[in-house]
Design a protein around this ligand. Structure first.
Ligand code: HEC
Length: 224
């Protein structure tokens, strides 16, 4: 093919490309939109979306019983603890039936493989190290109810809301008091014969309580 012929073919090709711009992928968005929808004109009285109603009138107010069923948080100072009670001996039965399969018979941590889709259950008993508070410096240290949790009331709150992992909320309040008593006794924090209820549980002083220091320094995030 002669050079002149190549040049002619090339210029024809470029011309075809440019002519196709209006239809092809290079056509600008406005052109494409106009082709698809025609010219869009809003009615002259449409300026803004209509105001939303104050109420949509869907659903209904929650009943007092429904709110009570959700309103179960317990604060460190014991606010929200329900009526009921339990002992370590009663808790041992609850633990054997509803917790040991995952946490191990003596709450030593997952024994064997966890159920499908469930992570290994942690150890719940253990007081060491009794001196100092080296968590964070030694990644091998395992935090437990006995060596780390600062409030017994939080153990109640946590167990009542989340455990057993596969059936949270299924324990009665007495069962929660009992199984918490069992965990506290196993950790040598309360006497095995002690009865746990809303008054005695608040009075339990956890071993790690004073190792948590509120960071009340002034000066903002940069200072801390
Ligand atoms: C199906 C397995 C399973 C069962 C049954 C189960 N747990 Fe757990 N539990 C877990 C897992 C997994 C975790 C860790 C959850 C996480 O870290 O988010 C856990 C965490 C805990 C913790 C917090 C431990 C920590 O230091 O962070 C406590 C306390 C606890 N379980 C108590 C109980 C009690 C009491 C029962 C019985 C009423 C129970 N569990 C039943 C799997 C289970």
């Amino acid at each position: 093919m002669s050079a002149a012929r190549v040049g002619l073919l090339a210029s024809l090709f470029v011309g075809a490309l440019l002519a196709g711009c209006d239809r092809g992928p290079l056509a600008d968005r406005a052109t494409r939109t106009k082709r698809a929808f025609g010219a869009i004109r809003l009615p002259s009285n449409v300026h803004a979306a209509p105001a939303l109603p104050v109420r949509f009138d869907v659903g209904r107010a929650a009943t007092a019983a429904e709110i009570a069923a959700w309103d179960v948080d317990v604060t460190p100072d014991g606010h929200g603890l329900p009526a009921g009670s339990g002992t370590s001996a009663q808790g041992a039965e609850v633990f054997a039936a509803k917790c040991a399969a995952c946490h191990g018979p003596a709450a030593e941590g997952q024994v064997g493989a966890p159920p499908a889709g469930v992570p290994p259950a942690p150890k719940l008993v253990g007081r060491d190290p009794r001196e100092g508070f080296p968590f964070g410096q030694d990644p091998k240290l395992v935090k437990t109810v006995g060596n780390y949790w600062p409030y017994a009331t939080t153990v109640f709150d946590y167990v009542r809301r989340t455990m057993p992992l596969t059936a949270p909320g299924s324990l009665t309040n007495n069962e929660v008091y009992a199984v918490v008593a069992f965990l506290l006794a196993q950790n040598e924090i309360i006497d095995k014969a002690a009865v746990m209820d809303s008054a005695t549980l608040v009075a339990v002083k956890m071993p790690a309580r004073d190792k948590f220091v509120p960071d009340d320094r002034k000066g903002g995030a940069a200072f801390k």
